[in-house]
Write a protein that binds this ligand. Structure first.
Ligand code: PGA
Length: 242
């Protein structure tokens, strides 16, 4: 694993955005794996600025998001589809035919997970962006998830629900309890992985990821078995590392 340590969230967002925009410039038909959450917000803003200022084009780029909440319709203000439109897709020249997220509001969630996995299996993600949960989750693969797991209907842990309540009026009761998430095996098929972690609340997860055991108790530790992973972490997130 290559580790790039940066000062703070602003520098993390610049560094990671540069890695992503360079990848798009080098391969205009790239397939990107994308993530939601607080971590990539400024990164995406930097990609939008780069698109506007430097003309980096996404017209031939294809994207697959990691996950979507079950029970929210696509246009719900907290759906990950809305997040991606608000933070990135509505501000770049991407073709919405090339944008993919699992749908959280179908009649048959398992069939939707299978459909999404089949799409992923028929393609190759060139560069997968990841955040990391305070409990070490990637996507919504919570501790205990199998490293062999593919896209599936998953339960959110109480820690994740608590952590995401900030987006739902601070009310844990409003946070969906299930999601459709790419599995760890689906994520590991990406050619290259970029994980970003910022802030003191990620210290323990980052420590376990870099220095702990490779174990299903820490889903992100699967990445240690991947040949091409870059972590961009800021001083606060890296504080417990040797
Ligand atoms: P965050 O979430 O970026 O909102 O901290 C990361 C994650 O849960 O993967």
């Amino acid at each position: 694993m290559k580790i790039i340590k940066v000062k703070d969230y602003a520098e993390l967002s610049e560094t990671a955005a540069k890695i992503m925009s360079d990848a798009v410039k080098n391969n205009p038909k790239i397939t990107l794996g994308l993530a939601t959450g607080g971590s990539p917000v400024q990164l995406y803003a930097n990609l939008v600025a780069d698109h506007k200022n430097n003309g980096t084009s996404y017209k031939d780029v294809t994207t697959y998001n990691l996950d979507e909440y079950i029970g929210l319709d696509q246009n719900h203000e907290q759906s990950y589809y809305t997040f991606m439109r608000t933070n990135l897709f509505d501000h770049i020249d991407i073709d919405f035919n090339n944008v993919h997220l699992p749908k959280g509001d179908t009649d048959d969630h398992q069939a939707e997970a299978d459909r999404y996995e089949a799409m992923l299996e028929s393609t190759t993600v060139d560069l997968q962006l990841l955040g990391i949960g305070t409990n070490g989750h990637i996507g919504f693969n919570e501790p205990g998830s199998s490293f062999e797991g593919v896209t599936a209907v998953v339960d959110l842990t109480p820690e994740t629900i608590e952590s995401n309540a900030r987006y739902f009026e601070g009310n844990e009761d409003l946070v969906p309890t299930e999601a459709i998430s790419m599995g760890i095996a689906s994520i590991m098929r990406a050619k290259e992985i970029l994980l970003i972690a910022s802030g003191a609340n990620k210290q323990k997860a980052v420590l376990a990821l870099v220095e702990g055991d490779i174990s299903e108790d820490l889903p992100a530790s699967a990445l240690r078995n991947h040949p091409n992973v870059t972590l961009v972490i800021d001083d606060a997130a890296a504080a417990l590392l040797k």
